[in-house]
Design a protein around this ligand. Sequence first.
Ligand code: SF4
Ligand code: SF4
Length: 204
Amino acid sequence: MPYKFTFDLSRIPRFFFTEIAKISYEKRMHRKVGNTMQDIIRKFRIEEMTGLNLSDAVQLLEDLVDMEARNFLERKKFRKTRKRALFLPHCSRKFMDNRCKAKFEQDIPSYVCAHCSPDCLINRAASVAEMKGYDVYILPGGSCISKILKLKHYEGVVGVACGEELRLAGEALYQMNVAGQAIPLLKNGCANTFFNIETLFKIL
Ligand code: SF4
Ligand code: SF4
């Protein structure tokens, strides 16, 4: 399920994500984080930069912190996996209309990138992942994940999506004992979305 609000964190300085990682660490250590979320929102002027109201901004940041914490907990297990898949969101394709030459495989269901645009985020992500031996899926929605996992029995999965989708996917992976690593969308809206490809490359 998508968020009920749209956001764009793509222009927020990288240092913001270091702060998110720091809070995640404090939480893992069971240290009090108190008003840290509000402090970060003020410090990076998240409300002004994104147009989010305070409660939506807090929800978004809490999801980022939780995701970072889950990644940390799963990392060791993930590194030991061999059979891996990468799940990408269809909303990050350069084109959402017939200019995208990806073939849609109804049975899976997933798009298969035809690599038509060198500057397409999905193309760049899929090309590197395929080279590293990943099976790549470009998903029209999170509901396909359980179906794929039941069919293919992956040991490790890297997923890119917005926060709520990642949380649901994380639950499905946990129930099936699959090690997961998540990369959040930094801009949502279900079209022309954006994620940090360098973060993805580091995890792959
Ligand atoms: S590079 Fe792939 S995902 Fe991107 S627009 Fe072309 S076919 Fe679609
Ligand atoms: S922003 Fe993308 S990943 Fe999130 S719900 Fe919309 S289509 Fe799915």
